[in-house]
Design a protein around this ligand. Structure first.
Ligand code: HAM
Length: 436
């Protein structure tokens, strides 16, 4: 039997979680005036080398690269930001007079990582990016936006971790200070960090293997190396967060794994008991030079992305239950003539917004009743040869326990009346479940 590829999974039972999350994303994104954008699942390999970074873990070890029949080297997107930036430049979205330009996206990302709890090879992200503002209030708004998604899903116990890497000048002085500090301790660090010392020293700070080592604990802090202007940006961010009552923790070890970050970096973390070391359900930050690095006009930017699978683990732990859609009507059909009538009646009901289903085999009445119970329909409509002859159907209201004979041409009106009873308009069941 052919099986799914390692690190991937079929969404069978959890589809309700994805739908509820997507509903919250669309609702909250509207509140922040953020529009959706959809970009391809694969891009040129070069795009990720020039954005995520030649020496990042993602590019060195984790991309799915393939050459197509035309000899082009493609990469399955490991993250969303690079593709959005490419789309911004290619479609000249930056020329839109409505600035900052804010876009969100939802979709699969692909990383060849060692699968474990909260870490997959195909996973889904919801991300959002804002282009055109370098103001710290924009960083704060994005953090508040991310937190508001969680509020909409009633997820508690999430901590906001923030830090600042500063702009290019601050980053450069910090990197030199960090390297000088680490040099005498190099042989105490893991093999990977010894390589990172040359290629990507900042990443040593958030190495899970080395995090408790003396060299890391005593490492200089990025905040102490910020230029005056960069420090002011970070202070302003904190005051905006406080104004919005967003609790945060300054986390000196937070540097993030992608090369494009400048200034603010942040993560939303849940407890390690839930997701172990993969406890960041969202990560983001500012990337003021990326648009220009990819040949666009100088455009400051800030964004974030949630990992939906990790978010779902946290939601489950929090007792979140997605609403299951309700079936209004189940048809029990006996005989061929009745089937023709039933098909026509179901068409009429569905056209008017009433959900229906039936047994599309020719099972016994008993088996069909059993099926109607599995389907948990509010109404059961029974139609056989006698009903066809009388122009009626037998209608059972399972909730009220009432059975009546209803003329076929009055079925839609009767069902609508019962479904909307005690509500001003629309179906009560649907309203309770937030459907329309
Ligand atoms: P990232 O931190 O690489 O950032 O990923 C964001 C989130 O995606 C993580 O916090 C995590 O929840 C989830 N995630 C990452 N890798 C996996 C995996 N293998 N399996 C399951 N979930 C995973 C970015 O991707 C940036 N593009 C975020 C950003 C947007 N920065 C600015 N704008």
């Amino acid at each position: 039997m052919i099986q799914k590829m390692k690190g991937t999974y079929d969404i069978t039972r959890d589809i309700g979680f994805y739908l509820e999350i997507e509903k919250a994303i669309r609702k909250v994104s509207r509140l922040y005036n953020v529009e959706e954008i959809r970009t391809p699942h694969f891009e040129s390999r070069e795009l990720f080398h020039r954005s995520v970074g030649e020496n990042s873990d993602i590019v060195t070890k984790e991309t799915y690269d393939f050459e197509d029949r035309g000899g082009r080297v493609n990469t399955l997107r490991p993250e969303g930001t690079a593709g959005i930036v490419r789309a911004l430049i290619e479609n000249k979205l930056y020329a839109d007079p409505r600035t900052p330009i804010k876009r969100y996206y939802v979709g699969s990302m692909f990383r060849y990582e060692r699968p474990q709890k909260g870490r997959f090879r195909e996973f889904r992200q919801f991300g959002a990016e804002s282009f055109g503002s370098k103001h710290p209030s924009q960083d704060a708004e994005m953090i508040d936006y991310a937190m508001n998604i969680l509020r909409a899903l009633k997820l508690k116990n999430v901590r906001v971790h923030i830090n600042s890497l500063g702009g290019e000048a601050s980053k450069k002085t910090y990197k030199e200070a960090l390297k000088a500090h680490l040099e005498p301790h190099l042989d105490t660090l893991c093999q990977e960090c010894q390589t990172r010392y040359e290629t990507n020293p900042l990443r040593i700070l958030d190495c899970k293997k080395d995090k408790d080592k003396e060299a890391i604990k005593t490492a200089p802090r990025t905040l102490d190396y910020l230029t005056k202007e960069d420090a002011a940006h970070f202070e302003a961010l904190k005051s905006y967060l406080e104004a919005m009552k967003v609790d945060y923790k300054v986390d000196h070890s937070l540097v993030r794994g992608l090369d494009y970050y400048t200034h603010t970096v942040f993560e939303l973390q849940v407890s390690e008991d839930l997701l172990g070391q993969q406890n960041a359900i969202c990560g983001g930050g500012r990337y003021d030079t990326l648009v220009e690095d990819l040949d666009g006009p100088p455009t400051p930017a800030v964004g974030f992305a949630f990992g939906l699978e990790r978010l779902i683990v946290a939601l489950k732990e929090n007792g979140f239950e997605p609403l299951s859609p309700s079936l209004h009507t189940y048809f029990i059909i006996m005989g061929d003539t009745a089937r023709v009538k039933a098909m026509s009646l179901m068409h009429r009901l569905r056209t008017g917004g009433i959900t229906c289903d039936a047994d599309f085999t020719e099972r016994s009445m008993k088996a069909q009743f059993k099926q109607s119970a599995h389907q948990n329909a509010r109404f059961v409509v029974i139609i056989g040869e006698d009903e066809v002859a009388n122009g009626t159907v037998n209608l059972k209201d399972q909730r009220e326990g009432i059975e009546t004979s209803v003329p076929m041409n009055a079925l839609y009106g009767t069902l609508m009346e019962r479904l909307t009873r005690n509500t001003n308009a629309g179906c009560k069941d649907c309203k309770e479940k937030g459907e329309s």
